[in-house]
Design a protein around this ligand. Structure first.
Ligand code: ZN
Length: 270
C-alpha cells in the first residue's frame, strides 16, 4: 500500500492558514509583511546573533515573557529570505495556541527550530506552514495568480513579491494556487515528504516514499550528478504510480530547486 501523504493534516492546513492570514491582514493589509513588527506589536522581544550551529531560530518563554533568537551563524543576514522565514516560524510557535500554551506551562522546552520544511516533527511543520501563510497571505496570493497560466516563472515572481524562498512559495502554491502541482522533497537520494494540490491528478508516487524514481530530474541529480537548471519535460510514469496505461505517457514538467544534498521537485501537468 502506498503511504499516505503525511506532510500536514487537512485540519492543520485550514486552521493555520486562517490564523496566519488573519494576522497578516490585520497588521499589513497592503505591502510586504514584516514579521519583526508583528513581534513588537505583541511585546515579543528579539535578538539577532551568532549562537553556534545548533538552531536556525528559537522562541524562549521565561516568566510569561517571550523572546525570539535568530541565529545569524546559520542564516547569515538579518534581512535574508531565510531569516525572515525563520522569524515568522518562531511567531508561529507564539500564535499557535498549543505551542504557546506548552511554553507558558513549561511543558515543552524552548523550540530549537530548524526551519524551511526540513524537519519531520509535526510542531515544526506547523510553524513552517504558519510562516508560509503569514508571509504570503491568501487573498493577495490568489489575486496574483488569477487568470495566469502556470509556469515556473509564477513561483519566481511570487517569491520576489513576498520576499520568501522559491521552495516556500511552491508549497504555498500547492495549497492555494490556481493550477494543480506536486512538491517532493528529497534529501541524499531519499524522499522525505511530498505534497499535492487537492486536485492533482496522481496521488501516489511510483514507489511510494521508499525509493526516489531514477528517471526523474531529482533521481538523475542524485544518481548521476546531473544538475538540470531549467524546467524539464517528463512523463507521468516517471514519477507516479500509474494505474491506467493510457496515462503513462501524459506529459508533465519537473523543476528542481537544488542545494547540496537537498532537492525540491516541483511537478505539474501542462
Ligand atoms: Zn520551530
Amino acid at each position: 500500500m502506498p503511504e499516505k501523504n503525511d506532510f500536514l493534516s487537512r485540519n492543520d492546513v485550514v486552521e493555520i492558514n486562517e490564523l496566519a492570514s488573519s494576522i497578516s491582514e490585520y497588521y499589513f493589509p497592503y505591502g510586504q509583511i514584516d514579521p519583526i513588527l508583528i513581534a513588537e506589536k505583541n511585546n515579543i522581544s528579539y535578538s539577532f546573533g551568532n549562537y553556534s550551529d545548533s538552531f536556525d531560530g528559537l522562541l524562549e518563554c521565561e516568566n510569561g515573557v517571550f523572546h525570539i533568537y535568530i541565529n545569524l551563524t546559520r542564516l547569515k543576514q538579518a534581512y535574508s529570505e531565510r531569516a525572515r522565514f525563520t522569524f515568522a516560524h518562531e511567531l508561529g510557535h507564539f500564535f499557535i495556541d498549543d505551542h504557546r500554551n506548552a511554553l507558558l506551562q513549561g511543558l515543552s522546552p524552548s523550540h530549537c527550530s530548524e526551519t524551511g520544511f526540513k524537519s519531520r516533527n509535526r510542531a515544526e511543520r506547523q510553524a513552517d506552514y504558519f510562516a508560509s501563510c503569514l508571509l504570503m497571505p491568501e487573498a493577495g496570493f490568489k489575486k496574483y495568480c488569477d487568470k495566469k497560466k502556470f509556469e515556473y516563472r509564477i513561483i519566481e515572481e511570487l517569491a520576489k513579491k513576498y520576499g520568501v524562498s522559491k521552495s516556500a512559495t511552491a508549497l504555498r502554491f500547492c495549497a492555494i494556487g490556481n493550477h494543480p502541482i506536486m512538491v517532493v522533497y528529497s534529501f541524499k537520494n531519499k524522499i522525505k515528504w511530498y505534497w499535492t494540490s487537492h486536485d492533482f491528478r496522481f496521488k501516489w508516487l511510483k514507489y511510494g516514499k521508499d525509493r526516489l524514481p531514477e528517471d526523474t530530474v531529482a533521481g538523475e541529480y542524485f544518481s548521476m550528478g546531473r544538475k538540470a537548471l531549467n524546467t524539464e519535460p517528463i512523463f507521468a510514469m516517471d514519477w507516479f504510480n500509474v494505474k491506467n496505461e493510457n496515462q503513462a505517457n501524459l506529459p508533465f514538467y519537473e523543476r528542481c530547486l537544488i542545494h547540496g544534498e537537498h532537492c525540491l521537485s516541483i511537478i505539474w501537468e501542462d
